[in-house]
Design a protein around this ligand. Sequence first.
Ligand code: NCD
Length: 314
Amino acid sequence: MTFTHRHLLGIEYLRPEEIITLLDLADDYVKLNRAAEKHGAALTGLTQINMFFENSTRTQASFELAGKRLGADVMNMAMQASSISKGETLIDTAMTLNAMHPDLLIVRHPHSGAVDLLAQKVNCAVLNAGDGRHEHPTQALLDALTIRRAKGRLHRLNIAICGDIAHSRVARSNIILLGKMENRIRLIGPPTLMPAGINEFGVEVFDDMRHGLKDVDVVMMLRLQRERMDGGFIPSEREYYHRYGLDADKLANAKSDTIVMHPGPMNRGVEIDGTLADDINHSVIQEQVEMGVAVRMAAMDLLARNQRSVREAI
Ligand code: NCD
């Protein structure tokens, strides 16, 4: 099998053939999820713990559903109310949970690198559900699956990622994944929201939506991540929408069959026009949510298989 990892910490550690293996398996899980009987058995008997140190709606729900569909016992830790707020360190919390013998630990944390650190301290498989502005691997994988199903391929596409790139782990994981699959990536947004050293990413950078969107196959919109901003990065939301908000007029520069994506949560009227977000001729935002469950089932299935083969080898 071409997926040999113990953890899923970031796209940067995956080879293109491993990404394909995971997406192919996720395609099978899309079929299962659309059936009336949705139960698989890949995680039967295993314990999955979700540790979300940051708010999350869709990612946590998606991981929970993915685990339950595959037969795992799933526990959601309420991290805001946890002993972290009583001063316990992340590592102590992780070690405590580790002693309960979970098999899969799903972690979201506001600090870049925190999930990697935690993975070094526990015996089970760790899946990164977003760490600071570093990586959000399952989001990039679900985006890749959505693109592959809509476009019939995942290579040699023109893909625009727009908005608050600097604060976005979604953008970072997508740039790495889509680059590995040999797509042409354009980043569009105000210079204040571009990360430092952007020229090393092998991307084209635009600060004008109309130029940047010319002939693209895929448009990915991002939320302004105010929780990670420590000053004024944009003049006003109104001005931002005027220049960088995606509406039908700006989208007319893209290819006629372009797809519009957004990882959610969406701020209608800030980075995207509400009507366009719901326009099923272009928007695949609901498909992204559907693919999220399938991709997470595939990721946990592959990691559980690797765990089993390690155990059997001992
Ligand atoms: C993203 C995240 O948390 O990084 N959301 C998500 O996982 N669906 C993007 C965001 O918060 O804007």
